[in-house]
Design a protein around this ligand. Structure first.
Ligand code: NDP
Length: 283
């Protein structure tokens, strides 16, 4: 069984990324990501701290805007528009979840699609679904890069994606379709999920329920990508897949942590650099 190691695969991309950053800097461009955090969601604060460390290591500038929980949708969109107009900012990301009183769709619509590093603006999702991807949500993009790293082609494959969120399941299905896979998306209302997953050459789970998928739900020899990150009562992290049992039947499997997670966090910077190259006519 192949362990699809996201740390190793992301290291391979770092070399290429550092080269592109050096090239950009040589032409006077410092690739810059603006992150906006509204309120004090503890998980978002942890993610932001780890992004800061990563940005510093790579040589990408990270500008953070921290706003109080009471910020209104109008105030947030005004701040986003200022960042849109700043030529030194190449990528903008909104830390999710936003406080409940904020209209998140309106906030997303305020982001200049050329700077939408999360690929969540409807224009970018439209490009993706029409087969002309521009900015892509980072998790699905990372999954494609992980499969590429291990030379696992999706062409001709029956892929089942469990989960249909706008940041994972839906864009991943579009990307896989663009690469000639046959894709089925499952969700909470899918009837007989196990029967469906048993037919998958490639199974992706992006649900958020620990150990919901065990060996009997897997086609022998399948490739299994576990996106789920679940905190267990004992403090440990687990995926949606029961790793020990699935590892006995799968051909390849992502661990949690250390599979999809490291790819997602790298893709944020990978795309920041891609957007900076485009905006300065180097990409
Ligand atoms: P969402 O909560 O937005 O989506 C979860 C999806 O799972 C929904 O589409 C839901 O269906 C579906 N679902 C829930 N229960 C079932 C069920 N019993 N059977 C089938 N489908 C079900 O989550 P996200 O997409 O944002 O994240 C999913 C998981 O991935 C989480 O654990 C998250 O922490 C993790 N994650 C990991 C990342 C990484 O880098 N590794 C990055 C992003 C997320 P319905 O639409 O019908 O409600």
């Amino acid at each position: 069984m192949i362990i699809l190691d996201g740390k190793k695969a992301s290291q391979g991309l770092v070399t290429d990324l550092k080269q592109k950053i050096t090239q950009l800097k040589a032409t006077g461009t410092l690739p810059t990501l603006a992150a906006i955090l509204v309120g004090d969601d503890p998980a978002s604060q942890i993610y932001l701290r780890s992004k800061k460390k990563r940005a510093a290591k790579l040589g990408v500038r990270l500008v953070t805007t921290k706003l109080p929980d009471a910020t209104s949708t109008a105030e947030l969109t005004t701040i986003i528009q200022k960042l849109n107009q700043d030529d030194h900012i190449h990528a903008i990301m909104l830390e999710m979840p936003l406080p409940a009183h904020i209209n998140s769709q309106q906030a997303i619509l305020a982001i200049d699609p050329r700077k939408d590093v999360d690929g969540v603006h409807p224009l970018n999702l439209g490009y993706l679904f029409s087969g002309h991807a521009h900015a892509i949500p980072n998790t699905p993009y990372g999954i494609l890069k992980l499969l590429d790293h291990y030379h696992l082609s999706v062409k001709h494959q029956n892929v089942v994606v469990v989960g249909r969120s706008v940041v994972v399941g839906r864009p991943l299905a579009a990307l896989l379709l663009n690469q000639d896979a046959t894709v089925t998306i499952a969700h909470r209302f899918t009837t007989d999920l196990t029967k469906l997953t048993q037919q998958a050459d490639i199974l992706v789970t992006a649900v958020g329920q620990p150990n919901m998928i065990s060996a009997e739900a897997i086609k022998p020899g399948a490739i299994v990508i576990d996106v789920g990150i679940n905190r267990l009562a004992n403090g440990k992290l687990a995926g949606d897949v029961d790793y020990a049992s699935v590892a006995r039947v799968a051909r390849a499997l992502t661990p949690v942590p250390g599979g999809v997670g490291p790819m997602t966090s790298l893709m944020l910077f990978y795309q920041t650099v891609q957007l900076a190259r485009r905006q300065t006519n180097h990409g």
